[in-house]
Design a protein around this ligand. Structure first.
Ligand code: NDP
Length: 239
């Protein structure tokens, strides 16, 4: 039997790209979205539609989903993975940075859920996996605005999970610890980047994006009657 369509946002690098490979290897057709479409296409995955979408553009995301559903049938899995981490201190950080993080990490995630939830509820099945963070559980130095976005992701996910539970739709949250990706590279303070790298070295390094992708596939792969609600996974030596 043909496997159902999975949509992954932010699949052009890091965790999203690893998830794309993982779900493709498992036989799913995919819709991959991000702004760097060349990176999506370079993954070279079969039965995959790649679209240049800024996830803050809700209409563009909806249009890409409708196009993919026209080819592969209804979305059975949405992974809201696109995200941005811009570290800084609240007294000095450019407010435009936290606005961008809230737009991408929180508002776009809500838009993504809205794009698929109605149909999933009607069908009585479907899975949304929201990528939060260990920064959605506890504080870290220079992380105030980012931590705020990820606490919001965890809270929203759990709230929606409860709201739709009786329809049979699953909402799951995965909270990675330190993973080796491009995420840190967007922070503008070199001092903060250097401090973060020192901390990563002190815990023996970050884990690989494939480690998160494997766990997301395990969560999705449970029977629809089983919901692994919330997983925190990071390097063993990270406290
Ligand atoms: P990367 O920077 O490697 O990947 C981020 C992805 O998000 C890219 O594909 C990027 O694509 C996409 N993205 C960013 N902004 C937008 C946008 N406006 N529209 C569409 N896509 C966008 O980092 P990670 O793989 O680490 O991050 C993935 C998720 O994991 C994020 O939500 C992050 O917060 C979370 N996370 C990461 C951790 C880590 O240690 N790496 C730890 C905990 C959570 P493009 O630039 O092409 O648009």
């Amino acid at each position: 039997m043909t496997k159902p369509l999975i949509v992954i946002t932010g699949a052009s690098s890091g965790i999203g790209a690893a998830m794309a490979r993982q779900f493709s290897d498992a036989g799913h057709p995919l819709l991959l979205v991000a702004r760097r479409i060349d990176k999506l296409q370079a993954l070279g995955l079969p039965d995959t539609i790649c679209r240049k979408v800024d996830v803050t553009d809700a209409a563009a995301l909806r249009a890409a989903i409708a196009e993919a559903e026209g080819v592969y049938g209804p979305v059975d899995g949405l992974i809201n993975n696109a995200g941005l981490m811009l570290l800084g201190q609240v007294d000095t950080q450019d407010p435009a940075e936290w606005q961008r993080m809230y737009d991408v990490n929180v508002v776009a995630l809500l838009n993504g859920m809205q794009a698929v939830l109605g149909d999933m509820k009607d069908r009585g099945r479907g899975t949304i996996i929201n990528v939060s963070s260990i920064a959605g559980k506890k504080a870290f130095p220079n992380h105030a605005a980012y931590v705020g976005t990820k606490f919001a992701v965890s809270a929203i996910s759990e709230n929606v999970r409860e709201e739709v539970a009786d329809t049979g739709v699953r909402v799951m949250t995965i909270c990675p610890g330190a993973v080796e990706t491009e995420l840190l590279g967007h922070t503008t303070s070199q001092d903060i980047i250097d401090g973060y790298q020192d901390w990563k070295n002190s815990i023996g390094g970050a884990i690989h994006p494939d480690d998160i992708a494997r766990i997301a596939a395990f969560m999705y792969g449970q029977p629809q009657s089983v919901n692994i609600r919330d997983v925190v996974v990071g390097p063993t030596r990270q406290t």
